[in-house]
Design a protein around this ligand. Sequence first.
Ligand SMILES: [Zn+2]
Length: 67
Amino acid sequence: MFWKSTKTKEASMTCPHCNVVRIEIDRFGERLIGCVVCNLWTWPTSPSVSMALPEDDLEALRKRVGN
Ligand SMILES: [Zn+2]
């Protein structure tokens, strides 16, 4: 997926689409890293797999991070 093109650790912490720093969240005890702007989330252990969060979750998250 998208993150495959990012090679350095530093680059992988920034969203390749909007350049916003990706954040780490805890969702039902599962660690996810992703971008609240693009709604693209990935697992620290499987960075090549990504998913989108349901709109409700995303909204709550945006409120929490102040976006
Ligand atoms: Zn983004």
